[in-house]
Design a protein around this ligand. Structure first.
Ligand code: ADP
Ligand code: MG
Length: 728
């Protein structure tokens, strides 16, 4: 057996679980490493505290003098916690987070040393931005980029470093990151939703989007994962025959969590708790060695930061437990992939969840208003929402094994469908007192206060209403949630602005009462957005046909899905909502295509390497064994040897066939890559990689997996699925 696989198996089977005991109650530990409300009160002057609170609530600027005070306070706290460095923590378009540490340490002119950290270091930094993807922004505009403090996400100490969440923009102001557009989208939805919420409650001054993500992941023994070049370099297994046992027995889902995994989780959760990430739920997922972690939901910007931080912590803690976390959306063929459901809602500063039905007809009308507007927004921009979750890695998952299909639709359940059907029949214009009473008592009034049982059991709807929030399920496990959240909040903001205009017009021009006007507009929206509602099986052939008839988009691959992003409608939308300028939209499109190309290119290269240096040599080695066996038989039996070597000869033939095919296809794939690389237009290049290169991966894999089934287990160089997924 190859020494690498052999050693990895030995090492992994010897492992003992690393014990972990929780010593302090979580509630006491929570946020101990965060410069949160409690620390601000303790460390800041009243004025400084007010200015931070104001900046969070209204987005107002913090002036320089205040910034100096705040920096001084943060430094005092950070030093008291043993921090030695600080960093601006940001989210470049690579999808991960970035940081560049500076020591608090400084020298005075006379050579004395001291700890220094002032307002200017807090507010703005200039990392060397030249190596981050910018989609051409930096070439066309200004070479430098800078990071700027986001006071709405509190600073925290990670390791011995004070991390300051920041946005990352070019000197001409274009966003070079995922956070800046998200903050702008959240601002847009705040303004739009506040306007509408005030129809129902004049005391509302702010609406915030809430996000609760559910992170799925695989845990694999570190030595085994490290022994597979494809896992190391691409995050997924490019080849590998399915294990005899997969997830068919459903014996993993919600089962007893394996000891090594549970100890990892405890350790992880304590670390998260210290950093203010409100982790709550953990369980086994459907596939073997697959798990999920979910927090209590938070304001969306904070939730996004926490998810990114979590992924970082997970990798570090897993390493302590000799495990490797896989965030790839489809690390293993034939079993479930990993997603990150984004549970989303809107909440007012008065503490009301706008997507939660209430106890009075008026509260329910408010609920219906936000509910129907969200449906309308998703209906109008379904293709853009689909684009927001497109990536080379997620393409493997969407539409396979329980993941939602590439067609966007909304599940709302029987009860609410019935309510919307009734509302479709509301009279035009003024309503008679009888109709109003009927509506309030028997339609709106009938919405039960708690719809929490409103769950989509088959879990394949891409966008499901689950009682008091919508759940966007196509988001990939590896993704930065900022992307889909930017789009969702932007389209809902746009829709709510439209809604308010229409309602106000009916009130002013047609002299309708507020509730009459709202019923009238909602009726039209319900009619107009019917095509997006679908409660059935998203995989059925009948739905694929039906969806086509309804003209819903069905973009199965990333290059196709991304097209809509640079359409006029999309550019206008982001522009008008002041979320992204045309330049920013186009730059992102380019970065996304470039990432797609690079990821596919890397997979192609790793494939060649695996095939030529591991799989083919292993097959030949085994072939030689068979050949010498046949020679031996011939020596003994002479010309009649064939009848005694029937099995050997057929094995030989099968191996030769698959060897030849593997070699031929991988050479053809290399040619296709060369051709794709010569393509100058980035959209055409992405499509060439998608349609000319990628299809070879399946083909090559087929023959490699056949070889895996033929070759002597002791000769096979790569850790097998049964080892990766069942050694714990
Ligand atoms: P499941 O979907 O697994 O049955 P839940 O529906 O209870 O579990 O919760 C899933 C996630 O939804 C959790 O992270 C939870 O915090 C989040 N969530 C619950 N309410 C809201 C809300 N109003 N806004 C955003 N997320 C929410
Ligand atoms: Mg859920």
């Amino acid at each position: 057996m190859s020494t690498q696989r052999n050693n990895a198996i030995k090492e992994s089977s010897k492992r003992k679980a690393r014990s972990f005991v929780e010593q302090i109650r979580r509630s006491e530990l929570f946020g101990s490493q965060v410069f949160n409300e409690e620390k601000m009160v303790q460390y800041l002057t009243r004025d400084a505290y007010e200015s931070v609170k104001n900046a969070i609530f209204t987005g107002s600027k913090i002036d320089r003098k205040m910034a100096d005070q705040i920096a001084e306070a943060m430094k005092a706290w950070a030093l008291s916690m043993g921090a030695t460095h600080y960093t601006h923590w940001f989210q470049p378009l690579t999808g991960a987070t970035a940081e560049k540490h500076d020591a608090f340490f400084d020298l005075l002119p006379d050579g004395r040393a001291l700890e220094k950290f002032g307002g200017s270091q807090l507010v703005q930094q200039e990392p060397d931005a030249s190596s981050f993807p910018s989609g051409g922004i930096r070439n066309t505009f200004e070479a430098r980029g800078y990071t700027a403090w986001d006071p709405s996400s509190p600073a925290f100490i990670y390791g011995a470093t004070l991390c300051i969440p920041t946005i990352f923009v070019s000197y001409t102001g274009e966003a070079l990151d995922n956070k800046a557009p998200l903050l702008r989208a959240l601002h847009a939805v705040d303004q739009a939703a506040t306007g509408v919420a005030r129809y129902f409650d004049k005391s509302v001054n702010k609406v915030m989007a809430t996000l609760g993500w559910e992170q799925e992941y695989f845990l694999i023994d570190k030595a085994l994962a490290g022994s597979r070049p494809d896992l190391v370099l691409t995050g997924r297994t490019l080849v590998g025959q399915a294990a005899a046992k997969g997830q068919q027995l459903d014996d993993h889902y919600f089962g007893v969590i394996p000891l090594r995994a549970i100890n990892f989780m405890k350790d992880l959760e304590v670390e998260c708790t210290r950093l203010g990430i409100p982790v709550k739920t953990r369980h086994n997922e459907v596939a073997p060695n697959q798990f999920e972690l979910a927090p209590v939901f938070e304001e969306a910007n904070l939730a996004v930061d926490h998810n990114l931080l979590l992924m970082d912590i997970m990798e570090k803690v897993a390493d302590r437990h000799d495990l490797k976390v896989l965030f790839h959306e489809k690390p293993f063929a034939g079993i479930n992939g990993s997603g990150k459901h984004n549970n989303w809602s809107l909440a007012t500063d008065t503490g009301v969840n706008l997507l939660s039905p209430g106890s009075t007809p008026m509260k329910n009308l408010q609920f219906l208003t936000f509910f129907v507007n969200t449906i309308k927004a998703v209906d109008t921009y379904e293709e853009l929402l689909r684009a927001s979750i497109a990536s080379a890695t997620n393409d493997h998952r969407l539409g396979a094994n329980e993941a939602p299909p590439a067609i966007f639709s909304i599940f709302i359940g029987e009860q609410l469908s019935a309510v919307l059907d009734e509302l479709e029949g509301v009279s035009q214009g003024k309503l008679s007192p009888e109709e109003k009473t009927e509506l309030k008592l028997n339609v709106v009034g009938k919405i039960p206060e708690i719809l929490l049982d409103n769950t989509d059991r088959n879990r394949t709807s891409p966008f499901a209403f689950t009682g008091n929030k919508f759940e966007m399920r196509g988001v990939g496990a590896k993704m930065n949630c900022a992307k889909p959240m930017t789009v969702l909040n932007t389209i809902v903001a746009r829709q709510l602005i439209e809604f308010k205009k229409e309602v106000d017009k009916l009130i002013e021009k047609k002299k309708l009462k507020k509730d009459e006007a709202i019923f009238n507009v909602l009726r039209e929206y319900i009619k107009a957005s019917k095509r997006i509602r679908f409660d059935g099986d998203g995989y059925s052939e009948s739905w694929q046909k039906e969806a086509a008839k309804r003209k819903l988009s069905n973009n199965k691959t990333t290059p196709e899905a991304l097209e809509i992003v640079v359409s006029k409608g999309s550019i206008d939308l982001f522009n008008e909502m002041q979320v992204m300028s045309e330049v920013e939209v186009k730059a992102r499109h380019e970065v996304d295509l470039e990432t797609y190309i690079l990821q596919t290119q890397i997979e192609g290269r790793v494939f060649n390497e695996l095939v030529n240096t591991q799989i083919i040599p292993a097959a030949i080695a085994y072939q030689n064994k068979v050949i010498s066996n046949i020679r031996g038989i011939k020596e003994i039996y002479g010309s009649g040897y064939q009848q005694h070597a029937e099995a050997q000869l057929s094995i030989l033939e099968e191996i030769s066939g698959h060897l030849a095919a593997t070699r031929k296809k991988s050479e053809a794939m290399t040619e296709a890559r060369k051709k794709a690389n010569s393509e100058k237009d980035i959209r055409k290049k992405a499509k060439a990689y998608c349609h000319e290169v990628r299809p070879y991966f399946e083909d090559i894999r087929y023959h490699c997996d056949k070889l895996e089934q033929l070759v002597d287990d002791r000769d096979w160089p790569l850790a097998k699925y049964r080892e990766l997924l069942f050694i714990r």
